[in-house]
Design a protein around this ligand. Structure first.
Ligand code: COA
Length: 260
């Protein structure tokens, strides 16, 4: 599929996916969602992409939400289908098995905030504004935001953000744990890349198993989650990278992981 509304560039194992509709604040219309779905599928099977950074083109916006001009045309069943489709697209990113970071360079509102929440981690420029303004439009977040925000920051924060519809500062989003790292605008790209490089220097299969364990565990009891944890721990111990990681520590050298 030819990508027209997003760009995807892979450098040194890091795929940067840029939503590119700056004149519309990178709003997610159906065409953008379709391109994202296609791109996430391609990245999943592309061994040259080991981690994914998602961001928005231009200075002002990460993504200012689902495209309101399109939403305005929805009937109830169409709205339900759209929410389901958006959820599926974001789930492809979340379950890709590769770490992703939302690099929030400006407004991350509505569907944009929800896209950021579907990433493994979030970094933000200190000038970014984040929020879920859907109730101001007579709808509710529909791309997984009500569920993921409650899991990431707790139901209290989710209720406050969803019910007020207010935008919060990047600093406030960091304080409540939605944003993992804050940077000056000029340092956002370098800081985010450095964070991704640190993650990618670790054993890739261990990263994948850890992400899956945390993701699945947040949907179950502590006891059930720990059963998954023991299984994943056992799986990790079956990898050549486990032997390499431990040998490297004992021999006081840097590990060379092979994703095996
Ligand atoms: N859907 C469709 N178009 C959008 C959009 C969205 N979510 N967000 C911004 N745009 C468009 C505007 O309509 C405008 O288009 P135009 O130039 O053709 O009129 C363009 O992007 C620039 O936006 P504008 O509102 O002029 O910029 P601003 O700097 O004054 O305000 C925002 C920026 C982000 C605060 C404002 O655009 C906004 O509130 N957007 C909607 C946010 C929202 O409710 N998102 C949730 C959707 S479910």
């Amino acid at each position: 599929m030819e990508l027209k509304l997003i760009q995807c560039e892979i450098v040194d194992g890091i795929a940067t996916v840029t939503i590119n509709r700056p004149d519309k604040m990178n709003a997610l219309n159906a065409a953008v969602l379709g391109e994202l779905a296609c791109c996430f599928d391609a990245l999943k099977s592309d061994a040259s992409a080991r981690g994914v950074i998602v961001t928005g083109a231009g200075e002002k916006a990460f993504v200012a939400g689902a495209d309101i001009a399109e939403l305005a045309q929805m009937n109830p069943l169409g709205a339900k289908d759209l929410a389901f489709y958006g959820q599926q697209v974001f789930a492809r990113l979340e379950t890709m098995g590769k770490p992703s970071i939302a690099m929030i360079n400006g407004f991350a509102l509505g569907g944009g905030c929800e896209l950021a929440l579907a990433c493994t981690l979030r970094t933000a420029s200190k000038t970014a504004k984040i929020g879920l303004p859907e109730v101001s439009l007579g709808i509710i977040p529909g791309y997984g935001g009500t569920q993921r925000l409650a899991r990431i920051a707790g139901p209290g924060v989710a209720r406050e953000w969803v019910l007020t519809g207010d935008m919060v500062t990047a600093d406030e989003a960091w304080r409540v744990g939605v944003v993992n790292r804050l940077f000056e605008p000029a340092e956002l790209k370098e800081g985010t890349t450095k964070l991704m490089k640190t993650i990618l220097s670790r054993a890739p299969i261990a990263l994948r198993l850890a992400m899956e364990t945390i993701r699945r565990g947040t949907n179950m009891s502590q006891q059930e989650g720990e059963i998954i944890e023991t299984d994943m721990f056992g799986l990790a111990a079956a990898t050549a990278d486990m032997k390499e990681g431990m040998a490297a520590f004992l021999q006081k050298r840097k590990a060379e992981f092979k994703n095996q």
